[in-house]
Design a protein around this ligand. Structure first.
Ligand code: ZN
Length: 136
């Protein structure tokens, strides 16, 4: 069951690598788990802020070049297609479910994808990126 990505989410895909955009759109097209895009391309200023706040581990974030996106689980409980703050969920099992859908969509498109939730040192459930190995 597909769902329509909110306009704001689509806007946040501006500047993101076209292959990664195609993965996100394909995931939305097949997903029964609703999600929003919370961040795509990130400025160096914001990266420095996040790192200082301990919210990012690296200054070499793939967000800086548009090779990463953050997706958040959206529980559209009232089904009004409006993303209310209390409809965003951070429960890890839901991200595992979403990651499965994103990985399947990526595999179908032949795009390698790396999920932050698979990282061992710093699990980043909302984070998806094109791997350095394939996209230096
Ligand atoms: Zn991220």
């Amino acid at each position: 069951m597909a769902f329509e990505l909110p306009e704001k989410s689509k806007a946040r895909l501006a500047g993101v690598h076209p292959r990664l955009v195609s993965v996100v759109l394909a995931a939305a097209a097949r997903s029964d788990v609703k999600f929003v895009v919370t961040e795509g391309l990130r400025s160096l200023e914001r990266q420095k802020e996040l790192q200082a706040a301990g919210k990012s581990q690296t200054i070499r974030s793939r967000h800086l070049t548009g090779h990463a996106v953050d997706l958040a689980i959206w529980e559209d409980r009232d089904a009004d297609k409006v993303v209310d703050a209390d409809e965003i969920s951070w429960k890890f099992p839901q991200y595992q479910q979403l990651a499965q859908i994103v990985k399947e969509a990526a595999a179908e498109l032949g795009v390698p994808i790396e999920w932050g939730g698979d990282w061992t040192s710093f699990k980043d459930g909302p984070h998806f990126q094109l791997p350095w190995s394939a996209y230096p």
